[in-house]
Ligand binder design. Sequence first.
Ligand code: 5RP
Length: 305
Amino acid sequence: MPKVIIAPSVLASDLGNLNYECRRMIDDGADWLHMDIMDGHFVPNIVMGAPILQSVKKAVPDIFMDCHMMVTEPERWVKDIAEAGGASYTFHLEATDDPLDVVRLIKATGMKASVAINPGTPASEISDELAEAVDMILVMTVWPGAGGQSFMKELMPKVAELRARFPHVNIEVDGGVAPKTIKYCADAGANVIVAGTAVFRAESPRDVIAYLRAECTAAQERILQERQTLIYDPNADVVGDDEDQEAEERRKEASAGRRSGATTPVGSTPRSYLRHLDRRRSSAASGKSGKFGQLTDLGMTLKLV
Ligand SMILES: O=C(CO)[C@H](O)[C@H](O)COP(=O)(O)O
C-alpha cells in the first residue's frame, strides 16, 4: 500500500506567520503542507495564491506544498503554482469538463497531479483512465471552503471503493480529520491525511502527527495481515468470505445511513466493499436485484488475494 503521509492544512495556521508555521510543522514531523487556495467562486472564500506560496517556498525550501485548488478554472493557475514551487496540484473534478487535459497540463510542469471530489460526487465519477493518470485522489470529507467543520463519516465508503479499485494510488482525505476520526479514514484505506485544526491548534502538534501516522500505519498492517490487499484482475471471479457478524452490522448501518455521494455502505473497508460487490452479484444472479449488472456491464470483476 502507498506510504502514509501527514499533511497539516495551513488554513488553520497563524497565516500572518505562515513561513514559521510551515517550518514548525516540518520540524514536528509533517511530510507535506496542505496549501488551500480558494478563488471566491468555486467556494465562497478567498485564501492565498501563487505569490504567497512563492514566499513560503523561499523561506522553507525543503517544503512539499500540496496545493488544493478550490478554483473554477483549474487550468488557469497551473503555471503560476508550478513557478511558485508547488509540488502537487489538486484540482476539483466538479470544476472541469476535461480532467485528463488538466492532468496533462499539470504533469508538463513537473508537478504531481491530483483530482478532488466533493462530498456530493460519487467515487464512480473517477474513471479508471483518470485514476491511472493521476498521482492522488482527494476525497473531501467536508464541503470545501472552510476549516473546522465536522468530519462526514458517511463518505468513508467512497474511500473504500477507491482503495479497492486503485490499490496503489495515493488517497487523501481532507476535512475534520483528527485523532477522533482518523480510524475511519485509515480503515477505509486513506494514506494521505490532511488535518488543519487538529494539528495546528493542538498543544503538541508533534504528538498529533505521530498519532495520525501510527493509526494509518496500523490500519495498513491490519489490511495486509488479513490479506486485504485488493488486486484488480479483469479475468478473475469475485471471491468473498463468508458473511460474519461485522458484515451484518455494516449492512444494517448501511440501510440506515446511505447519504450524499455514498455509493456503498457506511462503515466500509476495502474488504467489506468487495463483500458488498459479491452480495450484489449473488443477488443479481438469483434474480433478486439487477444492481450488480451495472458493474458487470462495465466489465468489472474483483477478487481478494
Ligand atoms: O480544504 C479545506 C477546507 O476547504 C481544509 O483543508 C480542511 O477543512 C482542513 O481543515 P480542518 O482539518 O480544520 O477541517
